[in-house]
Design a protein around this ligand. Sequence first.
Ligand code: NAD
Ligand code: UDP
Length: 313
Amino acid sequence: MHLRTRVLVTGGAGFLGSHLCERLLEAGHDVLCVDNFFTGAKDNIAHLLGHPHFELMRHDVTFPLYVEVDRIFNLACPASPIHYQQNPVQTTKTSVHGAINMLGLAKRTRARIFHASTSEVYGDPIVHPQQEAYWGNVNPIGPRACYDEGKRCAETLCLDYYRQFGVAVRVGRIFNTYGPRMHPNDGRVVSNFIMQALRDEPITIYGDGRQTRSFCYVDDLIEAMTRFVDLDEDFPGPMNMGNPSEFTIMDLARMVIEMTGSRSELVHRRLPTDDPVQRKPDIALARRKLDWEPRVPLRDGLATTIDYFRGFV
Ligand code: NAD
Ligand code: UDP
């Protein structure tokens, strides 16, 4: 008889996964962190390694996993465009085979499973802000497709395991999230701009910088994920999770320059293929079901993130 909830976190050595492991340990759970260290790092969880209720397993989720658990958070998947495009076939395999393996594990163990989906399922959206009922506008054969379509197929699998086998699924569609432990070289806009600003190097604006994103601080996102998994109502989602405050990429660049006191100039680079023009979550569903909304304004979250990145300059 085990008293603590045994929680599996795949991708637990990554940016979001490491914060989640921390939060779960604080809540008194047993945490099994599974990662193949493709984009994650032991440094992200080094401070947890001595914890009596934390266990680390090197494993690739595209292969079956036999463990006994009560809850699963399936986060394993590279998330930044440069990383997921480095080996696109592996990205699709991680999303799809990884989902099949983790949903199969949930089915056998009767564990509740949170699956980390993404706002990328909306592609380059023509509905704004994006609501869960919107089916999206995704190029199925472009350079982002390995990630977007992989994640869409994983959602299909989640909902089919829910309907066909009664697996307690929770699908969260995560919008751009930032904070400490983002990979400094992952090419995502927040990490790029902060690193460039701290080094007084040119800030690379892709396109004219008028495209928008809505940035959520990591602590807010982790709160939404854990609330969703704790929701006892039979509700698989999908559910948007993110901060609805929308900024242009140019706004972000100016804010980072001002906050770091940087001498960087702005330079323009080619806009990547299929780069979404605008993105902002409608979070009415999360507000209603989870009584949740983000609390950390961009400026405050950036201050903490800038402090973290100073250690890499
Ligand atoms: P990350 O790259 O920091 O973390 C992903 C982790 O998964 C890494 O530790 C990596 O080593 C691991 N991993 C990759 N392939 C694996 C495999 N085959 N087997 C085992 N482990 C594997 O990225 P993140 O930002 O922490 O993203 C975590 C999850 O959240 C991903 O599924 C991502 O798609 C999703 N997500 C993140 C964001 C965001 O803005 N951060 C937005 C939408 C969705
Ligand atoms: N971007 C940019 N300069 C950079 C990195 C990204 O202008 O150095 C832009 C990118 O073109 C996109 C936005 O910032 O419009 C967010 O990019 P990111 O890769 O962080 O996330 P995603 O496109 O997946 O939302």
